[in-house]
Every structure is written in structure tokens, then in C-alpha cells.
Design a protein. Sequence first.
Length: 136
Amino acid sequence: MNTDLIATERVMGFGTFDGLHPGHLDFLKQLKLLGKETIVVIARDENVKKIKGKKPQFSEKERADAVQKTGLADRVLLGHLHDFYECLITYNPTIIGLGYDQKADKEAIFERLPHVKIARLKPFQPQRYKSSLLNE
């Protein structure tokens, strides 16, 4: 994690969080260190199926509840069904925390939020705690 990005502002992270595991918890802890207010956006079931080719094991509500119960997020939201950028525009984060393996269209993000900083978070034992490995 790049410590020069530590701020006192709003930080936002995104994920599926299907079967909360130690890698997810580490991601949430790193995210929380980046700002005063931490918002986590949970991928909608419909979008997970589009992106990953299969439905998640747990429903979007179950996944959101699990993240909320960790106490590591000030706010947990379900993502927008059709426009990924909607919650970015609505909540206007100062920093977006991306997992080590998350893909994002940085140009499209900067086009909408030119002030935002993007922090690439460190992996936590990715050979052991990666959802695609655990959910096989």
C-alpha cells in the first residue's frame, strides 16, 4: 500500500465478497486505513453473473450483511445494476482502493472524477485466499 495516499477523506472499495475470507478482511482493513469514511460497494448478483460467468454462492444481501458485520466499513452499498460509475458520482470519493487483482478503467474514472486517487492494495496470501480458488 502506498502510504503517501493516506488521507482524511472518503475512500471507496468494490468487490463481490462471495464467502468472506481472510484476504477480503485484509482488503477491508487496508481500505479503512486510507481515509476517515470507508464505503464498500458490493457487486450485484446480476453483474457478478455477467462478469464472472456464474452466480455468486451467496446473495448480494448476504454478502453485504457479511461485510457490514466486520465493522470495517462505515457504509456498505449494493452497486448500481447498469452503471458502475453511478455510486462514484453519488459518493464522490477522494480515494478508490483497488485489490491487487481488480481491473478498472482508470481513464473512465478520471474522466468523471479527475481529483480521485487510486490506491492499489497489497495481496494477502493470494495463493491461498483468492475467491476463485476457494470457490472451486
